[in-house]
Ligand binder design. Structure first.
Ligand code: GMT
Length: 374
């Protein structure tokens, strides 16, 4: 099959899923064409003359207009790719703007079916804004097939937009060969003394990630046991979060490491992963931590409980329950037994429920079915 992929290039879960899926589909022998204004975060260095391919969307600014028209440019590039490469279907990650562009390109070309994967932000945050409500609903309704990354998100989409159509739930997956425990002691020693616990958070530091809660939970942990917090990522809340770490007197134990794609290099040495988000349709990074045998303490927002099993692979608490999360974290970090049992259960869940071999066929079946439609 020949598949076009539209996704966001920035460091966010949807771009990661689109990239990891596209790479696996390409490995399975299909032609995959990524289309975007920039190479997606985790795709850098992986495209080539035998695919997967990357086609850059042109940009055009004209003095008369306040803004360029990026969605039209993206649709235009997609039309070119569909025609030049006989694309069978377009996989749009996000209802807006990508599914809208893909539907527009389908209308122009009269070919290339559209499969849309909803990731959360497109539905529960941006898509709900009055400025985008009609276009989001239209994109969901007129896609040929729609998938959502959790049962929670599928239900939310139906409830919030009154959408009647079928939404297939396909959970995200993790590459369990790449996301593994790192056993060399030297790697841990770069960040922590042997007696210190390593707590990790990874996100794009948007308000919904509640990164200040991460620091508050950590401050309580650090007041009781030796520990370090490694903060990976960057975004609008970074400065405020840094300031809070200073105010709480833990800044010497908190390391802001910035944003980078190979997060397994840090997750592989973590003892605990924190994800206190106020909204999360799935929580891909929690799954990546679990694959590295790391217990997760998270909020019970959205689809997180479909990933983190309370009391088994970690603990989930109500959003904002800093004390509850700190107590849960200390329960894990104080007991070698709890830590090892939960870490092993986390890895087992990643392998038995979210392995690519379980998830990839679901997408390939959906692709085959769509490509076969007249
Ligand atoms: O929240 C993020 O980090 C970015 C966001 C995105 O849209 O790229 O992630 C969403 O998609 C991920 C992959 O499916 C999910 O794991 C995240 O839970 C989801 N974020 C939200 O729902 C807020």
């Amino acid at each position: 099959m020949r598949i076009a992929v539209l996704c966001h290039a920035s460091a966010g879960g949807s771009g990661v899923v689109a990239t990891e899926l596209g790479l696996k589909v390409a490995q399975a022998g299909h032609d995959v064409h990524f289309i975007g204004s920039n190479v997606p975060f985790r795709l850098a260095g992986q495209t080539g003359p035998r695919g997967p391919y990357f086609h850059q969307v042109g940009s055009y600014a004209y003095a008369l207009f306040e803004q360029p028209f990026p969605e039209l440019a993206s649709t235009n590039t997609l039309v070119e790719v569909i025609r030049e490469h006989n694309v069978d279907l377009t996989h749009a990650h996000y209802a807006i703007p990508h599914a809208s562009s893909a539907i527009h390109a389908r209308e122009i070309t009269g070919s290339s079916r559209v499969i849309t994967t909803l990731h959360g932000t497109d539905v529960t945050l941006v898509g709900l804004e009055p400025a985008f409500q009609h276009t989001t609903r239209d994109a969901i309704e007129r896609s040929d097939q729609v998938t959502a990354v959790s049962h929670f998100l599928a239900q939310q989409t139906q409830d919030l937009f009154g959408v009647q159509r079928d939404i297939q739930v396909i959970h995200n997956f993790v590459d369990t060969d790449r996301f593994v425990r790192i056993h060399e002691p030297g790697v841990r020693l770069r960040f922590a003394q042997p007696d210190e616990a390593i707590v990790v958070h990874v996100s794009n530091f948007r308000g919904v990630k509640r990164t200040e809660d991460v620091v508050r939970v950590f401050a309580r942990i650090a007041s009781e046991i030796p520990a370090r917090l490694l903060m990976i990522g960057d975004g609008p809340e970074r400065a405020r979060t840094f300031e809070l770490a200073q105010q709480l007197g833990v800044i010497g134990r908190v390391h802001f490491l910035g944003s980078f794609p190979d997060v397994q290099t840090i997750l592989g040495i973590a003892d605990l992963f924190l994800l206190p988000s106020s909204q999360e349709s799935f929580g891909l990074v929690a799954l990546e931590a679990m694959s590295c045998e790391v217990p997760v303490v998270a909020s019970n927002a959205g689809g997180i409980p479909e990933v983190v099993e309370h009391g088994v692979t970690g603990f989930t608490c109500p959003v904002g329950d800093v004390d509850g999360m700190a107590d849960a974290a200390l329960r894990v970090l104080r007991s070698e037994d709890v830590y090892r049992t939960m870490g092993a259960a986390a890895r087992r869940a990643a392998v038995t429920r979210f392995h690519p071999s379980l998830i990839l066929p679901q997408y390939l079946d959906a692709y085959t079915e769509l490509a076969g439609r007249a």
